[in-house]
Write a protein that binds this ligand. Structure first.
Ligand code: NAD
Length: 451
């Protein structure tokens, strides 16, 4: 296959054919990146900072265009897509502060001066999934570039358009040619080549745990560092002492945002048994009111699933499940699936596996210890929420749940200034936050003898 037809998930109509790069084309891009990186790393830190600020400004000027493109290729509601495009500019702005702050140490030693430097890896390969095509791309490329690396980035086959446009905007903003190259292509061709190419010195992979495990194994063979952001089955834990109205009102956003195609989706709703029935009564109208429809409509909260295959996969999980209630979704063309609330048992497949669709499995728990045990009864450990009015309980449970990103009385997971990433099968390493640029460097220690 030499081209991929991008579809509009809201209608199923073809948007555009995108050529898929070959191994030879990937190698040529890496060779250009190797050359460009030397000049990029040699720039004064303030010059790299200025270039990234400029890139951020150009992205800001194109928020509407990027957002419209994301609506077209990914079916995201326009209000979410605008947030995502602005977020890319913010991530670039944030890491524009990093080149001048990659500070090493001076370590007291006998007989001389000991200094550490944070040196870039060289070329970094970034592999991105289809669920948040431009935001996830920026979490890799912004700090990697800030640290003085060149970046080759492979978007998902289904959603290459916003990443390709960001590649153009980087050049428009004045980044030297070859410093940031977007290479649309197949995972086993371009993505795999990032893993095996001797001049790609670090890989960042976001996607499924299955492919991430293969990528990590390949990187191990090459002794290449790898960051993995993988799947999730996050718990939303509601205690009887919580503000139940607020917790219930927040349920749809916690799991149906981006049609549930969110690695942080709180796809398990764990409710203390004493308030289980009452809480579901409160959740039902919130789910009914969740607005699913035309992504171009400003008031839409949820669009379609990404593809027919994804819709069939999600439907497979709901077949035969104990459905408590559902929201609504448009009929007809496009890959639509109504928000669905399922009553589940602890061993059920739907309570264990990542569905990656607008489906939440509800399970009761007995007490605090049971809630922590149930939340941890998964191979994943990405995100989660805890709803309680008891501060001590909020602290104890947040320390007890084995997840990388938790929130108490909120569902927020992503802020560019705070670290993001998973434990267990949800990943390795962290993105975002104050330390991300340093993760794209290697520490060099030099001892200068003075006698
Ligand atoms: P996927 O693993 O199928 O694909 C992800 C990317 O890897 C794509 O670009 C794909 O082309 C590429 N790829 C496929 N085979 C490859 C190979 N052999 N070598 C190298 N690259 C290869 O995942 P997906 O279906 O695109 O995305 C959904 C998954 O991503 C879900 O499991 C979701 O939880 C996860 N995800 C995780 C995070 C996070 O930050 N933890 C964020 C978003 C999505």
């Amino acid at each position: 296959m030499s081209a991929f037809t991008v579809l509009n998930p809201a209608t199923g109509a073809a948007v555009r054919d995108v050529a898929l790069a070959s191994v030879e084309e990937t190698d040529a891009a890496v060779a250009r990146a190797v050359r460009a990186q030397r000049t990029w790393a040699d720039l004064a830190p303030v010059a790299r900072a200025d270039a990234l600020r400029n890139f951020a400004r150009v992205v800001e000027d194109h928020v509407e265009e990027l957002a419209q493109l994301e609506v077209l290729e990914a079916g995201h509601p326009i209000s979410s897509a605008r947030w995502e495009a602005s977020h890319v500019a913010q991530v670039l702005n944030y890491y524009a502060g990093a080149p001048e702050r990659l500070i090493g140490s001076q370590i007291p030693v006998a007989g001389g001066l000991d200094v550490t430097y944070h040196e870039p890896y060289g070329v970094v390969g970034i592999i991105v999934p289809w669920n948040f095509p431009m935001t996830i791309a920026s979490w890799g490329f912004a700090p990697a570039l800030a640290a003085g690396n060149a970046v080759v980035l492979k978007p998902a086959e289904l959603t290459p358009l916003t990443a390709m446009r960001l590649g153009d905007l980087a050049v428009e903003a004045g980044l030297p040619e070859g410093v940031f190259t977007v290479i649309p292509g197949a995972g086993p061709v371009v993505g795999e080549r990032f893993v095996t190419h001797p001049d790609v010195h670090k890989v960042v992979f976001t996607g499924s745990t299955r492919v991430g495990t293969q990528v990590a194994a390949g990187c191990a063979r090459e002794l290449k560092p790898v960051t993995l952001e993988l799947g999730g089955k996050s718990a939303n834990i509601v205690f009887a002492d919580a503000d139940l109205e607020a917790a219930a009102a927040a349920v749809p956003g916690s799991v149906f945002d981006n049609a549930g195609q969110d690695c942080c989706a709180r796809s398990r709703l764990l409710v203390e048994r004493s308030v289980y029935d009452r809480f579901l009564e409160l959740v039902e109208p919130a789910v009914a009111a969740w607005r699913v429809g035309d992504p171009n409509d400003e008031s839409t909260e949820m669009g379609p699933l990404i593809s027919a295959a994804q819709r069939d996969r999600v439907a497979g999980y709901v077949d035969g499940a104990d459905v408590a209630f559902r929201g609504t979704a448009p009929e007809g063309d496009g890959f639509w699936f109504a928000p669905t609330v399922v009553l589940a048992g602890r061993g059920d497949r739907i309570a264990k596996e990542e569905v990656f669709g607008p489906v939440v499995a509800v399970l009761p728990f007995d007490d605090e210890a049971d809630a922590i045990a149930l939340a941890n009864d998964t191979v994943y450990g990405l995100a989660g929420s805890i709803w309680t009015r008891d501060l001590g309980r909020g602290i104890r449970v947040s320390r007890g749940v084995r997840s990388g990103v938790l929130s108490v009385n909120s569902h927020s997971s992503v802020r560019y200034a705070t670290p993001f990433g998973g434990m267990k099968a949800s990943g390795l390493g962290r993105e975002l936050g104050p330390d991300a640029a340093e993760h794209f460097t290697q520490t060099k220690n030099v001892f200068y003898a003075t006698s």
